[in-house]
Design a protein around this ligand. Structure first.
Ligand SMILES: Cc1cc2nc3c(=O)[nH]c(=O)nc-3n(C[C@H](O)[C@H](O)[C@H](O)COP(=O)(O)OP(=O)(O)OC[C@H]3O[C@@H](n4cnc5c(N)ncnc54)[C@H](O)[C@@H]3O)c2cc1C
Length: 502
């Protein structure tokens, strides 16, 4: 019997499967689609932007180069995204951190992300079953069962990563609340007979927004129709052309439409991410408009946060309440992203009020403070969880500390366990009592930011920093009580002696 059944083998389900397997759990992924690749996942329609936090997640699990991203450390971002179509100027971002390869947003495709993750999942020993459509979920206080076409899969835990129309969410009785649609969005691949009639890039017009991407006939449209369009059928060429003509104010002709789909700006979120033995992650837990490209990033953040906590629960060493911190930490992050996407829609609405608002936002983005604020929000690097410590670094994403031999924190996190960077030495007992949970690394760093030591969770969040007297309490809070038998095990010592995870 697997420890965890994951329903949905999209990017979030696959990322989570890798996390759990890395931590030694038996995992099975049930995926509806018989084939992994579709035209929707490939470029140009499958184009997705990974924010620096997601890039960092791939870096910390050793998958960045597989995504084609170089691992050269940098101190400032070179490209930073946009707000409601208004591009940010990276030169205006005031953001200081230790050098890291994960400061830039990266454009990739769903296909590339899923390929990297499924290859990694298979390499780690995750079982992926395709063509399996889960249609029933039942749980008691010991087990949970997913049923697909009469076949039942039983496990200790189940995670619904089955996307925005999640079956698991409804079947397990999660409440899903939020705001209704104001617009119908279209994303399409079309042959444009007279492309010179459309301006390239984002275009806000008195009737909506159209986006002409640089690649072929890739179009995006936002029609503020109150979400009235019937999305049960794909739109016809005639309909798409009529909407495009109205919004662009041109008589542009679409001679052919190869692919088209619709979306709305409904912004909804599950009120909790856990009900008993069932959890939600990714779009199954929250949906919003694709504006600002945050859905996938939010989902990868969920998977990084949940994986190690669920693994500790499976293995029986999780401190009380650890699993519930998944909701308490991730729900507010999701709620902020939903509001961020609502704000962008408000700024892009046709009409005098939104035009006035656009002017205000443009003025703010002309300043370093305004651009830095937006960068901090969209990068995903600047949030803070309450980890029970007042230290300015506690609860934040850890800077990429680099040891004197050049080894980086990102590399030390690849095994998926916590890391205790012990710059002055003497804290080896904290890790020795928790084999396989904390990796102890003693010795000086190239830049230790004036700290004695830092305890970092497997998801890269600082659990504790500063006074050595408090480290044991913090370790207990996040990594559970020490194992008595392990106290006699040999500890690492000496400059840059990194203990292997057990
Ligand atoms: C046009 C567009 C552009 C976007 N751009 C960006 C961007 O730039 N950056 C960004 O961060 N996000 C972006 N997003 C959002 C992003 O694509 C999603 O947030 C992300 O794909 C969610 O991943 P997921 O794994 O949670 O869900 P999904 O990708 O939806 O995967 C869910 C999986 O579950 C499977 N499944 C569903 N039901 C069942 C069932 N009953 N049984 C078994 N399997 C099931 C599905 O087949 C699917 O494989 C964009 C979205 C759109 C529409």
């Amino acid at each position: 019997m697997p420890d965890v059944v994951i329903v949905g083998g999209g990017p979030v389900g696959l990322f989570l499967a890798c996390e759990l397997r890395l931590a030694g759990c038996e995992v099975i992924v049930l995926e509806r689609e018989p084939q992994p690749h579709t035209a929707w996942k490939a470029l140009p329609l499958g184009m997705r932007g990974l924010n620096p936090a997601s890039v960092e997640a791939f870096y910390r699990r050793g998958m960045l180069s597989a995504l084609g991203v170089d691992e050269e450390p940098r101190t400032s971002p070179r490209n930073v995204s946009h707000f409601a179509g208004m591009t940010l100027d990276p030169a205006k971002v005031r953001f200081t951190t230790l050098p890291s390869p994960a400061l830039d947003a990266v454009m990739t495709s769903l296909e590339a992300v899923e390929t990297v993750l499924s290859e990694r999942a298979v390499e780690l020993g995750v079982r992926i079953e395709r063509g399996v459509v889960v249609d029933a979920v039942a749980q008691d206080d010991q087990y949970v069962e997913a049923t697909a076409g009469g076949r039942t899969y039983r496990a200790r835990w189940l995670v619904g990563c089955d996307g925005g129309r999640s079956a698991v969410r409804g079947l397990a009785g999660f409440e899903f609340v939020g705001t209704g649609p104001q617009l119908t969005g279209y994303t399409a691949l079309a042959t444009i007979a007279d492309p010179e009639k459309l301006r390239p890039g984002f275009n806000l017009t008195p009737d909506g927004m159209y986006l002409r991407m640089p690649i072929g006939g890739h179009l995006g449209l936002m029609d503020f129709d109150g979400g009235a369009y019937d999305r049960s059928q794909p739109p016809t060429r005639e309909h798409l052309q009529a909407v495009l003509r109205r919004i662009s104010g041109t008589d542009v002709t679409l001679s052919d439409v190869q692919l088209v789909s619709t979306f709305t700006d409904r912004a909804m979120q599950a009120t909790t991410y856990r009900r008993g033995r069932v959890l939600l992650a990714g779009d199954a837990a929250h949906i919003h408009s694709p504006l600002g490209g945050q859905g996938l990033n939010l989902g990868i953040g969920d998977a990084m946060n949940l994986g190690w906590k669920l693994a500790a629960t499976v293995h029986g060493y999780a401190p009380g309440g650890l699993l519930d911190t998944y909701t308490t930490e991730r729900h507010p992050v999701g709620a902020r992203i939903l509001d961020w996407s609502r704000a962008q829609v408000a700024v892009m609405r046709p009409g005098g009020s939104a035009t006035a608002l656009q002017g205000v936002v443009r003025d703010l983005l002309a300043t370093a403070d305004g651009t830095t604020y937006v960068f901090e929000r969209v990068s995903g690097l600047c949030g803070r969880y309450d980890v029970g410590s007042e230290h300015p670094l506690a609860g934040r994403d850890a800077p990429d500390f680099r040891l004197e031999d050049g080894t980086s924190l990102g590399e030390l996190l690849r095994e998926g366990c916590g890391v205790l960077l012990d710059f002055r030495g003497g804290l080896e007992d904290v890790a020795r009592g928790r084999p396989g949970r904390i990796r102890h690394v003693a010795g000086p760093a190239r830049d230790d930011l004036g700290l004695d030591a830092v305890l970092i969770r497997p998801d890269g969040v600082v659990a504790w920093a500063g006074e050595p007297g408090e480290v044991e309490r913090a370790a207990g809070r996040w990594f559970g009580a020490p194992v008595a038998a392990a106290v006699d095990a040999p500890a690492s010592s000496g400059p840059w002696a990194a203990s292997e995870p057990g």
